[in-house]
Design a protein around this ligand. Sequence first.
Ligand code: F6R
Length: 240
Amino acid sequence: MKVIKVKNYEEMSEEALKVMLSVVSENPNAVLGLATGSTPLGLYAKMAQDHRENGTSYANCRAVNLDEYVGLDASSDQSYVYFMRENLFKNIDIKLENTHIENGTAADKEAECARYNALLNELRQDIQLLGIGSNGHIAFNEPGTAFDSVTHIVDLAESTIKDNSRLFKSIDEVPRQAFTMGLSNIMNAKKVLILANGEGKANAVRELVKGEAREEVPATVLQSHPDCILICDEAAGKFI
Ligand code: F6R
């Protein structure tokens, strides 16, 4: 794993932009694996700015997102489909029909997992962007998820519900389940870019870099990825 330590969130986002642009400039048809949450917001703002100022085009890119809450769709401003549209897609020239995410309101959840998994097999990510949970999760693969897992439904860990409740009116409104890419879908990406900022991620980052690879800390699966880059700020990287 290549580790890039920077001072702060701004520099983390700037470095992440460089990696993202190198992938898109090398392959204008790239498949971009994208993430939601607070971590990539700075990168998404910089991608939008670069698109406006330098004309980087995503018109031929495809996007696949990591996860979606069960029960939420684009009409909910807490859904990840809404998040992606508002924070990235509407600010660049990617075609919405080329953007993919699990359907949170699918009636048949198992069929939806199978559909998304088949799609991921067709659209292998040229780059997969990740944040990391304070408990070491990546996407919504919570501690104990099998390293060979594919798209599935998860019961969110209590710590994740608590971490994510900041984005809801109350903790009771946080969905208890989500669809998520599995760890093997993530490992299938040609390149993985994982970002971490803030002290709350320091323990998870230590495990990611220095811990033994084990299913209790899902992010440690990345230790065996052939092209994984971690960009973290000083606070998140204080133990490495
Ligand atoms: C988001 C995702 C999650 C987040 C992680 C960190 O699509 O899959 O794994 O990346 O929970 O969240 P933030 O960035 O909000 O700290």
